[in-house]
Design a protein around this ligand. Structure first.
Ligand code: GDP
Ligand code: MG
Length: 281
């Protein structure tokens, strides 16, 4: 007999996936938040196997800092994938429009029988730093009724009720990142979804710099207002220190401060719009 348990998951995957599996029975719709700059790298490969064929919406978040042309070259058409920016002003209305379609679809059999549609119970999940808290906090602000139990459902679970049609579990599922594969780990580190201890800082900076020099050279030098006469990493870091006054005692350059700045600016999409999946650098 096929073993349906999930004991074969890597250790760090198990806890969160078990939690999702325990709740999935009462869920009508899953929202998986992804970072559109690396939507393949930010997927959790095991999610599908614990959600029992429940419908999934993939929110490709942070579209405002994504190289859209490159993203679209890598997207296959899928009705359940939506590009968005959770922190943008129009996001809430866009989300409700999307959810209304699922509300009607999932309630189709009730509506056809002339019965009242049921509120959708929605689980939000995703790996760290993709925007889950931003989404949940936004919904909590739009919450019409205060966090509540749903009568007739498992006690102890708190739901955020929105527009009287949607109930969101108020603790988002934090999925582990898929960093076993080196090609994903690097992208995940660059966008801030895994901690630096998995990858040395110097390697991370080299990779970020190598991406920028190869694909976004003009944006890089424009952003930091540096001229392009010195393009090796060490030279660049020194120029950046000089420009910003990053100095240690004895007027030595504080190279680590410059490295941290690049790591942060890249992660936060300040230097330029990027796309990282399936890209060589
Ligand atoms: N540029 C941009 N940043 C975003 C967007 N959504 C979330 N963020 C930022 O991404 C970071 C991580 O977001 P957070 O909601 O804490 O992610 P979580 O770890 O999945 O809960 C925060 O600094 C957010 O402000 C977006 O649409 N665009
Ligand atoms: Mg969070």
């Amino acid at each position: 007999m096929e073993n349906k348990n999930i004991h074969w998951f890597p250790g760090h995957m198990k806890k969160a996936l078990n939690e999702i599996q325990a709740k999935i029975k009462i869920i009508d719709l899953v929202i998986e938040v992804l970072d559109s700059r690396a939507f393949l790298s930010t997927q959790n490969p095991y999610l599908k196997s614990v959600i029992n064929n429940k419908p999934v919406i993939k929110l490709l978040n942070k579209i405002d800092i994504t190289d859209k042309n490159k993203l679209e070259e890598n997207l296959t058409s899928d009705d359940n994938v939506f590009e968005c920016s959770i922190t943008s002003n129009n996001f809430y209305n866009e989300l409700i429009k999307i959810l209304n379609k699922y509300y009607l679809k999932i309630n189709d059999k009730f509506i056809k029988k002339g019965m009242k549609p049921q509120p959708l119970k929605i689980l939000v999940c995703g790996i760290p730093n993709v925007g889950k808290s931003s989404l949940i906090n936004l919904l909590a602000r739009k919450n019409s009724a205060g966090v509540a139990n749903i009568p007739g459902f498992t006690k102890g679970l708190k739901w955020i009720r929105v527009e009287d049609k949607f109930y969101f579990l108020d603790t988002p599922g934090i999925l582990p990142s898929n960093y076993e594969d080196k090609k994903y780990a690097l992208n995940l580190a660059m966008i801030g979804s895994i901690k630096l201890d998995i990858l040395p800082k110097s390697t991370l900076v080299e990779k970020i710099y190598s991406y920028l020099i190869k694909y976004k050279k003009d944006e890089l030098f424009n952003y930091y207002k540096l001229d392009q006469n010195n393009q090796d990493l060490q030279g660049f870091l020194k120029n950046l220190c000089a420009k910003r006054g990053f100095l240690l005692k004895g007027n030595k350059y504080d190279l680590e401060k410059a490295e941290n700045l690049i790591i942060d600016d890249f992660k936060n999409g300040k230097i330029c719009k990027v796309f990282l999946d399936n890209v060589d650098f």
